[in-house]
Design a binder for this molecule. Structure first.
Ligand code: NOJ
Length: 761
């Protein structure tokens, strides 16, 4: 078999894959077609354009519906849907206007950023990915959909699946980290959770995968910045999670703010039509991001009118906020800059989405005003959030088994995050009521009861500079205090303690949209506090709050125990207490590399080898690909995370030295829980193609298992590889593999692996 014959042209292969199982693909239901054709036959051009218009509900957050601008627009048939209005009563009123006070009574689709929970808030998506638990992600999405739909929402702007290799970018918090394989699995897990059984039930809502595409590669980690990327890198890495969502049947796609090789994604025909529709077989609708069509002017590409025409022609179906489709497409049609067919196609897709949601059958499907009381922020949902949160924590260091904490003696809980109720959730929590959220201080006191004392001090501001702090915490401000007094109080509390738990890091709004940073250390005031606490000589445990990887070089040397708790949601406090007091052993593993310095960024485990790889991590090699002043290695690599127990890996075994064409290869490794308590280990398998037509990554995650092991238990962990695991996109974007030598690696993280080789025929 010749090498090249193993390859299939990208488009051909993807079409086959998309055609088989996706609810998104395959022949359109004749009944939907008939219904929509009939409806569209009765619609005016203006009504059709109204369906393509998605305004924000900002003026309705506190205002009344009746005489609002939105109400006027709805009555005029100029609104296809709206988003980010909270409260089923308001939503019901607007739906009624659309249904009863417009000529054709077309129902509205109601969107919202339900990103990691609705009223019950789960950990931020980056944290969720560190559970490596796709079932947990589906469970969280199911609960989020149930709560959101009970409050009137039929469409969520999630999952966000942008791969990110640069911790400066604040929106790394919203995605699943740096890996395409895990990212694609997580994307599917979200979609299945939100959409459930094909959006038939009133607690199943439409998902919207975003931000299509490559938004996570924003240059220099600065939000909204440009992206320049080879097709090869796109196909092999960045596109995989979006494709995962499409294959899982996602109903809608949101395009991204960024340009791609100079073209705004909003007007990218190759992206939105050639790739998404023709190669991947996506049949849902495409919505822009917030005012993206309007922003084509500041991109220096086109004014609103031309931008609207270009966006439509590229494959955009719905215009979020810019009002460009509504106000300019009629003129563009007259001038033949757009076609009636393309307007009809976009309108049809939006109507199809409403049909799939069952809104034509029952426009009030999501407006059951009694459901909310029973289904929001329930005990069961909060319990799920607490359990899932505990799975996402990553134990970075635990010298002298300082953790778990004993429920005895005097525990000092110090830091601005220890009792900050409005800072437990992190970015995106749609007007949830933070005064119901559990802080560490509250949870710790509850956990220890009268067995121990817990004393608290805030210890420091987030930053020394009031000005920087303002940007970092808005819109969830923390009360500021006098730096010196805060420190003195912290040291007083620390002085009478047996152990200090420092709750520090980022405030909730330091990651997420528009929260880029050039310095990714713990902010100055908190870092100095931590140094002062360590200087007391007492044992210090760092509970690290963060939405991104931080540079923890100092902490990793001087603080004996570090538990990364991210932003864990409404039940964060209890979940942290569960893990810190040992009711659960931590099992999370990083899905994003933690750098040693901001200068290493972008940093990722699946990099190329270069012609001059770094051979010795500790010394500078002149004319090698390395830095004079810093190692190439991350501080904590992708896949890393400790447990309260230990796991011993036995010898890696392959079932054969060769994998026949069309055959399989079994990879086995015995893993033993060799420590003192039960635990969960995430066993990871990586592959490396030794010689290929183009340089291939030093390793790529191809499989993993979450294995629960009782103390003393051994399990033979087995992986079965086949030729699909060997495939990649070559320089001609053909998908396949080349026969030859492959290296297989298995281990507890991407750095610490055993190696074996086999030959693929
Ligand atoms: C802008 C953000 O980029 C996007 O993620 C979000 O869904 C929309 N705004 C709507 O709020």
């Amino acid at each position: 078999m010749g090498k090249i014959s193993q390859f299939v042209k990208a488009g051909a292969l993807l079409l086959t894959m998309a055609g088989c199982s996706s609810p998104n693909s395959g022949g359109k239901d004749a009944e939907i077609d008939r219904f929509i054709s009939d409806l569209m036959g009765r619609m005016t051009l203006h009504e059709k354009l109204g369906q393509l218009n998605l305004p924000a509900g900002n003026d309705l957050v506190s205002g009344a519906v009746k005489n609002s601008k939105m109400a006027e627009a709805i009555r005029a048939g100029e609104v296809g849907g709206f988003f980010n209005v909270k409260g089923v009563n308001k939503i019901y009123q607007m739906q009624r206007m659309a249904v009863e006070e417009t000529r054709l009574g077309i129902p509205l689709i109601v969107g919202a950023d339900v990103i990691h929970g609705y009223e019950t808030i789960f950990p931020i998506p980056l944290a969720l990915s560190c559970s490596w638990d796709t079932a947990a992600v589906t469970r969280m999405a199911r609960i989020s959909a149930t709560e959101a739909s009970a409050d009137g929402i039929s469409w969520t702007f999630s999952p966000m699946v942008d791969i990110c290799r640069d911790a400066r970018w604040g929106r790394i918090a919203e995605g699943s980290g740096e890996d395409p394989y895990l990212g694609a699995l997580m994307a599917g897990a979200y979609v299945r959770g939100y959409q459930g059984d094909g959006m038939k039930q009133n607690n199943e809502i439409m998902a919207c995968v975003k931000h299509f595409a490559l938004y996570g590669a924003s240059e220099s980690g600065r939000d909204y910045n440009s992206v320049d990327m080879s097709r090869n890198l796109m196909y092999n890495v960045y596109l995989a999670p979006y494709k995962g969502a499409v294959e899982a049947g996602v109903g809608s796609v949101m395009s991204s703010f960024n340009t791609i090789n100079g073209v705004p994604a909003t007007a990218g025909k190759w992206l939105l039509t050639d790739l998404l529709r023709n190669e991947w077989g996506f049949t849902g609708f495409v919505v822009t991001d917030y005012n993206s069509i309007g922003e084509m002017k500041t991109h220096g590409v086109a004014d609103l009118k031309e931008a609207s025409a270009r966006a439509l022609n590229a494959g955009t179906d719905m215009d979020m906020v810019a009002h460009g489709f509504l106000h300019t497409l009629e003129a563009s049609l007259k001038e033949k800059a757009v076609t009636q067919e393309r307007i009809d196609e976009a309108c049809r897709r939006v109507l199809e989405a409403k049909y799939k949601l069952g809104l034509f059958e029952n426009p009030y499907k999501y407006c059951d005003t009694l459901r909310g009381r029973k289904e929001l922020f329930t005990e069961a949902n909060r319990k799920a959030a607490r359990e899932i949160a505990a799975e996402t924590f990553v134990l970075l260091k635990n010298e002298g088994k300082l953790l778990p904490l004993q429920k005895k003696g005097r525990i000092a809980l110090i830091g601005p995050m220890a009792d900050a109720q409005n800072n437990m959730c992190g970015t995106w929590n749609m007007d949830c009521q933070t005064d119901r959220h559990v802080t560490m201080y509250e949870a710790f006191r509850r956990a220890v009861g009268d067995k121990a004392t817990v004393s608290y001090a805030k210890g420091s501001n987030v930053y020394y500079s009031e000005h920087i702090e303002k940007g970092a915490v808005e819109p969830r401000p923390l009360t500021r205090g006098d730096d010196r007094q805060l420190r003195a109080e912290a040291l007083r509390v620390a002085a009478s303690a047996d152990v200090i738990v420092a709750a520090l890091g980022e405030s909730a709004e330091m990651s997420g949209e528009s929260s880029s940073r050039t310095d990714i250390q713990i902010p100055d005031a908190q870092k100095d506090l931590l140094k002062a606490l360590v200087a007391t000589g007492k044992p210090v445990i760092l509970a690290l709050f963060t939405g991104r990887p931080l540079d923890l070089c100092w902490e990793s040397e001087h603080v004996p125990a570090i538990l990364n708790v991210w932003f864990a949601g409404s039940e964060a406090g209890d979940a942290i207490a569960d893990v810190m007091f040992g009711d659960m052993s931590p099992s999370g593993k990083l899905t994003t590399s933690f750098p040693r310095a901001v200068g290493q960024l972008p940093l990722y485990y699946n990099h190329l080898n270069t012609g001059r790889p770094d051979t010795d991590d500790t010394t500078f090699n002149r004319y090698g690909s390395n830095y004079i002043d810093q190692s190439n290695e991350p501080l904590y690599p992708f896949g890393y995370g400790l447990s309260y127990t230990t796991f011993r890996y036995g010898n890696l075994q392959l079932s054969a030295e060769r994998m026949a064409k069309g055959g399989q290869l079994k990879v086995t490794v015995p893993v033993t829980n060799s420590g003192e308590c039960d635990g969960v280990e995430i066993v990871q398998l990586y592959l490396h193609d030794v010689y290929a037509e183009i340089s291939r990554p030093v390793k790529e995650l191809k499989a993993f298992r979450r294995v629960a092991l009782k103390k003393g238990e051994t399990q033979n962990v087995e992986f079965v590889l086949d030729e699909d695991d060997l495939k990649y996109y070559n320089s001609r974007l053909e998908y396949g593999y080349e026969p030859g030598e492959f290296e297989v690696m298995v281990g507890p993280d991407s750095r610490n692996v055993q190696h074996a080789t086999f030959v693929a025929e």
